[in-house]
Ligand binder design. Structure first.
Ligand SMILES: NC(=O)c1ccc[n+]([C@@H]2O[C@H](COP(=O)([O-])OP(=O)(O)OC[C@H]3O[C@@H](n4cnc5c(N)ncnc54)[C@H](OP(=O)(O)O)[C@@H]3O)[C@@H](O)[C@H]2O)c1
Length: 320
C-alpha cells in the first residue's frame, strides 16, 4: 500500500511516499481502508522534531487519525465491525496510508450525515478543545482568549466557548481574513499574534487556551485576570522561555493558574463520549467542521508546506 514517511526531519520535503506492506490488525485491533486522513499540527511538530522527546526515528509513518471502512479485525474483536464506516485514532503514527490499524477502543462509528472528511477534521481536535475548556473550569459569563485560534483545535474551542455562554471570546490570528472567519464561528474580539486588538479588547481574561506557546507565552500570562486559568495545549511556536514560571510566581497575589493539557490524560470512554456527541452535533449542523483543503495522499508535502506557511484555517485532509 501507499504510505507517507519521514525520510528527513525538518522541512516538508523530507516527507516521502513509499510502498509498504499493509498492516495486519493485532489482538484488539481493526484494520481500516482509509477514505480521509487528518493532517494535524502535531504531525508538523513531529516532522520538525520540535519536541525531540517524542523520540521518533527516520522512516516514521506520520498521521494519527483516519476515517474509512473496517476491512479486517484482529483476535478478540467482534467481527460485526467489518464493513462499518468509522473514525479512528491510530496513535502518533500510521495514519498517512491507504490502510491503517487502530485499537477498537479508539474507533467510533460515523453517524449518518457525517463525512469521513468532517470526522477527521473534528475527531481529535474537538476533544482537545472540549477538555481544555473543561480543565480550565470555564463557566458561562467568563472571558476567554484562544491563542492560535485558526487551527483545528482553536476553531472548535471558539465555537464551544461561544456556545457555552462566554462573556467574550477573543482570538489571536495573523490574518484579518481568518479573523473575520473566526468571528463567524463566535469570536467577539480579534487580536494579532502579539495580543494587540481594538480599543474594546477586554483588559484581561479568565481563561486562556494556548495552542501556540513559544517565546511570547509569558506576555499572555500577564493578560490573565485574578484567579485566571492558563491552559497550554500546544507548542506550535516551540517551547516557552525557561523563566515563564518566575513570571507566574511574581504574580503570586493574583492567584493565577498555569496548566498543560494533553488529551492523552483523558480516559478513553470519556473522550469517546464527547467525540460521539460532537459528531452528532456536526451531523446536525450544530457544530461546524472547518476543512481548509482536501489533497491526495501523495501531496502530503504540499499539505505540510501549507501548514508551515501558516495559511491553514482549520484542518487539511488527505485522501488516498
Ligand atoms: N493537548 C493535546 O492533547 C493536543 C492534541 C493534539 C495536538 N496538540 C498540539 O496542538 C498543536 C496543533 O494544534 P492545531 O492543529 O490546532 O494548530 P495549528 O493549526 O498548527 O496552529 C494554530 C494556529 O497558530 C498560529 N500560529 C502558527 N505559528 C505561530 C507563531 N509562531 N506564533 C503565533 N501563532 C502562530 C496560526 O494562526 P495564524 O497564522 O492565524 O496566527 C495557526 O493557524 C500542536 O502543538 C500539537 O502538538 C495538542
Amino acid at each position: 500500500m501507499k504510505a507517507v514517511v519521514i525520510r528527513e526531519f525538518g522541512n516538508p520535503e523530507g516527507l516521502e511516499v513509499v510502498d509498504v506492506p499493509a498492516p495486519v490488525p493485532g489482538p484488539g485491533q481493526v484494520r481500516i481502508t482509509t477514505e480521509a486522513i487528518g493532517v494535524g499540527g502535531v504531525d508538523a511538530v513531529i516532522r520538525r522534531a520540535t519536541l525531540a522527546a517524542y523520540g521518533f526515528r527516520k522512516g516514521h509513518l506520520l498521521g494519527s487519525e483516519v476515517a474509512g471502512s473496517v476491512t479486517a479485525v484482529g483476535e478478540g474483536v467482534d467481527p460485526s465491525w467489518t464493513g462499518r464506516r468509522v473514525w479512528a485514532f491510530t496513535g502518533l503514527s500510521g495514519g498517512y496510508a491507504e490502510q491503517a490499524v487502530a485499537a477498537v477502543a479508539d474507533v467510533l462509528p460515523l453517524p449518518d450525515g457525517l463525512t469521513g472528511v468532517d470526522a477527521v477534521t473534528l475527531g481529535s481536535s474537538g476533544v482537545v478543545a472540549h477538555f481544555a475548556l473543561d480543565r480550565a473550569r470555564f463557566t458561562p459569563g467568563e472571558t476567554v482568549l484562544v491563542r492560535g485560534a485558526a487551527g483545528s483545535i482553536g476553531v472548535t474551542a471558539v465555537q464551544l466557548a461561544a456556545r457555552g455562554g462566554a462573556g467574550a471570546v477573543a482570538v489571536t490570528t495573523a490574518s484579518e481574513e481568518r479573523g473575520a472567519r473566526l468571528r463567524e464561528l463566535g469570536a467577539t474580539h480579534v487580536l494579532d499574534r502579539s495580543g494587540e486588538g481594538g480599543p474594546d479588547t477586554p483588559s484581561g481574561f479568565d481563561v486562556v487556551i494556548d495552542v501556540v506557546a513559544g517565546p511570547a507565552l509569558s506576555s499572555f500570562l500577564d493578560r490573565l485576570n485574578p484567579n485566571g486559568r492558563y491552559l497550554a495545549v500546544g507548542v506550535v511556536a516551540g517551547q516557552p522561555p525557561a523563566d515563564f514560571g518566575m513570571r507566574l510566581m511574581n504574580a503570586f497575589r493574583r492567584s493565577l493558574s498555569f496548566a498543560t493539557f494533553s488529551a492523552d490524560t483523558v480516559p478513553g470512554p470519556a473522550a469517546q463520549a464527547v467525540r460521539s456527541s460532537q459528531f452528532a452535533d456536526a451531523a446536525h449542523g450544530d457544530l461546524r467542521t472547518v476543512v481548509h483543503d482536501v489533497l491526495p495522499l501523495d501531496q502530503a508535502v504540499l499539505a505540510h508546506r501549507e501548514m508551515d506557511a501558516g495559511t491553514v484555517f482549520g484542518r487539511i485532509v488527505l485522501t488516498p
